[in-house]
Design a protein around this ligand. Structure first.
Ligand code: G3H
Ligand code: 13P
Ligand code: NA
Ligand code: ZN
Length: 311
């Protein structure tokens, strides 16, 4: 029941809205994302990082990719909205191949840490393989600052629009993630939030394909405050303001990658519920209300992205 990411994003590009691409690592996050999309009547992309595939498969990448596909299929079957399953930040050839074999809708080849020519060559190689079996491909140009399991960059390097033009033409990649100043995680900006919209505008002009914004979590301050009240240490956490997301969508962003906002919401409400109901030991009674909150944050994001009612 997994749908084509390309169809979902080309419609978004034509009609100028963005589709949320939300990361999951387990059943509950996946359920929360899918329920949110269904209630908003929105197309949605669910994504697993390489780390998520390893986590789900307990280190066995074939098993992890297969289970991810089976989970998504099982839940998506009952829904009326289009759902796509995407591999986020694919760097390991074996994991990219495991995702393609397992039935993912699309994969990201993230060779953005390599020099331009090598990124181009790597991306082109993956595009040839994926397109042969009807799977679409995302690539990244420029470097995002930030730390995740498999992606560590100290300095951010913004996309060069002229390079983007050549890159898209040569690789025939379906979607492009241009680095315009965001970063992964909960601490995105030291001072004021700043994105390079001029660059984004040029990249869209030169490439005319669906564009992807990584590191797009808003890091809502009320949720950060709640988490901190219940013992978290997240002071200084900062994300992308709503008006900047909306401007990015106007200028051609059609896929918005969001993980941190779900993670922060999960942690804040898990802390709250555990500390308010100290005798509770039923995981379902703990996770139930926690994931209701995760679902709410996903619905809020979907509305901001403009994809509500677009299914
Ligand atoms: O950008 C990547 C996502 O936030 C996933 O991160 O590698 O910790 O699963 P992860
Ligand atoms: P955030 O850390 O801002 O949620 O970004 C997630 C992301 O880019 C996944 O690819
Ligand atoms: Na991605
Ligand atoms: Zn990312």
């Amino acid at each position: 029941y997994v749908k084509s990411t390309k169809e979902i994003l080309e419609k978004a590009s034509k009609e100028r809205y963005a589709v949320g691409a939300f990361n999951f690592n387990n059943m509950e996050f996946l359920q929360a994302i899918l329920e949110a999309a269904e209630e908003e009547k929105a197309p949605v992309i669910v994504a697993t990082s390489e780390g998520a595939i390893k986590y789900i498969g307990k280190g066995d990448i074939e098993a992890g990719a297969k289970l991810a596909v089976e989970m998504v299929r099982t839940y998506a079957e009952k829904l009326s909205v289009p759902v796509a399953l995407h591999l986020d930040h694919g760097r390991d050839f074996k994991i990219i191949m495991a995702a393609i074999k397992a039935g993912y809708s699309s994969v990201m080849i993230d060779a953005s840490h390599l020099p331009f020519e090598e990124n181009l060559r790597e991306t082109k190689r993956i595009v040839e393989i994926a397109h042969a079996v009807g799977i679409s491909v995302e690539a990244e140009l420029g470097k995002l600052k930030g730390i995740e399991d498999n992606v560590v960059e100290k300095e951010s390097v913004l996309v060069d629009p002229e390079e983007a033009k050549v890159f898209v033409k040569e690789t025939e990649v379906d979607f492009l993630a241009p680095a315009i100043g965001t970063s992964h995680g909960a601490f995105k900006f030291k001072g004021e939030a700043q994105l390079d919209f001029e660059r984004l505008k040029k990249v869209k002009e030169y490439t005319q394909i669906p564009l992807v914004l990584h590191g797009a979590s808003m890091v809502p301050q009320d949720v950060v405050k709640l988490a901190n009240e219940y013992g978290a240490e997240l002071s200084g956490a900062k994300g992308v303001p709503e008006d900047m997301l909306k401007k990015a969508i106007e200028l051609g962003i059609n896929k918005i990658n969001t993980d941190t906002d779900l993670r922060i919401t999960f942690v804040a409400y898990l802390r709250k519920i555990l500390s308010e109901d100290k005798s509770q030991i039923d995981p379902r009674k703990i996770f139930g209300p926690v994931f209701e909150q995760v679902k709410e944050i996903v619905k809020e994001r979907i509305r901001i992205f403009g994809s509500s009612g677009k299914a």
